[in-house]
Design a protein around this ligand. Structure first.
Ligand code: DON
Length: 304
């Protein structure tokens, strides 16, 4: 498979999808973005990256950060204990929904919806970590880009519009499922979502999941079975209440964010990151899902 030709073909084939959908409107700094943009990168296991379109354009990673914070939490000694505080089932509800928490003792369905990610951030913070700094350090090393940083404009915009996430965190605190003060956890969560990266950087940073837990320097972040589990939860829960549709169309572990990014993993082969800010009603990138659909169809690289 000649990946540069493949990417050029996919880019041409999804051109009609680019610009469809709408940018996330609940965070002003995201709402301003032009939806007619598209970038895609593939990172091979040896760190070779191929790209098309705006694959070097940075955007805030938003919920794609949830994959990395989960991996960092699991990598701690006793890290699997995080599963006592967060489940592993698809929610079938929007990513910022409150409803299940009341019936389920304040335990979020999975780590890839906002409530679950708040718990993961809390878990890391309670273990003494400056979560955003730890995350930045990991992402800079894996991508080889020391300049990766928080987009302060997005962070401010998001912090000023965080009432839903604040409500989720306080609600979980009322069930005893928050260890650190909610304002601290919320501040960390917002900054993680606001980290700015491009498709190449995200694809490189996710390669440990294609390498069964092994980082770019050859050291191990996760045990093989832990990496398998993160990929499994990405497949079943990584695209909110459209995870079934994503598995059907794409057939890969994937995690989306409301900036229009999706990071997908082909275990044992590569990672793919696509970015296009036009979102469907569930909050997933219209052109991004279409591009990944074409990618797995043309290559046959799927977990199925
Ligand atoms: O929590 C938020 O509202 C955003 N910072 C991230 C949302 C997102 O990408 C979808 N979340 N699962």
């Amino acid at each position: 498979m000649h990946i540069p030709d493949l990417l050029a073909r996919i880019s041409a084939e999804v051109a009609d999808e680019v610009g469809k959908g709408s940018a996330a409107d609940y965070i002003p700094a995201l709402a301003r973005v032009d939806t007619a943009r598209f970038g895609m990168a593939v990172a091979e296991l040896d760190g070779t990256v191929h790209g098309t379109g705006e694959w070097r354009q940075r955007f805030s990673v938003q919920s794609v950060s949830k994959v990395f914070t989960l991996a960092l939490a699991l990598a701690q000694p006793g890290g699997d204990e995080v599963w006592d505080r967060v489940g592993r089932e698809p929610s079938g509800d929007p990513f910022n929904s409150l409803v299940q928490l009341e019936h389920e003792d304040g335990i979020p369905r999975n780590p890839f919806i906002n409530s679950g990610a708040l718990v993961v951030t809390d878990e890391l913070a309670a273990r003494g970590s400056d979560v955003t700094e730890e995350l930045l350090s990991f992402l800079r090393k894996e991508s080889g880009s020391p300049g990766i940083a928080v987009d302060e404009e997005v962070a401010d915009s998001e912090a000023a519009n965080a009432d839903r996430n604040r409500a989720l965190a306080y609600f979980m605190a009322s069930y005893g499922n928050m260890r650190m003060p909610v304002p601290d956890v919320l501040a960390q969560y917002v900054r993680q979502c606001s980290i700015a990266m491009n498709c190449a950087e995200l694809a490189l940073s996710g390669l440990f999941l294609a390498r069964h837990g092994v980082r770019n320097d050859g050291s191990r972040l996760l045990e093989r079975s832990q990496a398998k589990r993160v990929n499994a939860v990405m497949l079943t829960c990584g695209t909110y209440d459209a995870a079934g549709q994503f598995a059907y169309r794409v057939g890969l572990p994937g995690k989306s964010g409301v900036s229009g990014a999706i990071l997908a993993v082909v275990p044992g082969r590569c990672t793919v990151c696509v970015w296009s800010p036009g979102l469907d009603a569930r909050g997933n990138s219209v052109a991004g899902v279409a591009a990944l659909d074409r990618f797995t169809t043309l290559t046959g690289w799927s977990v199925f």
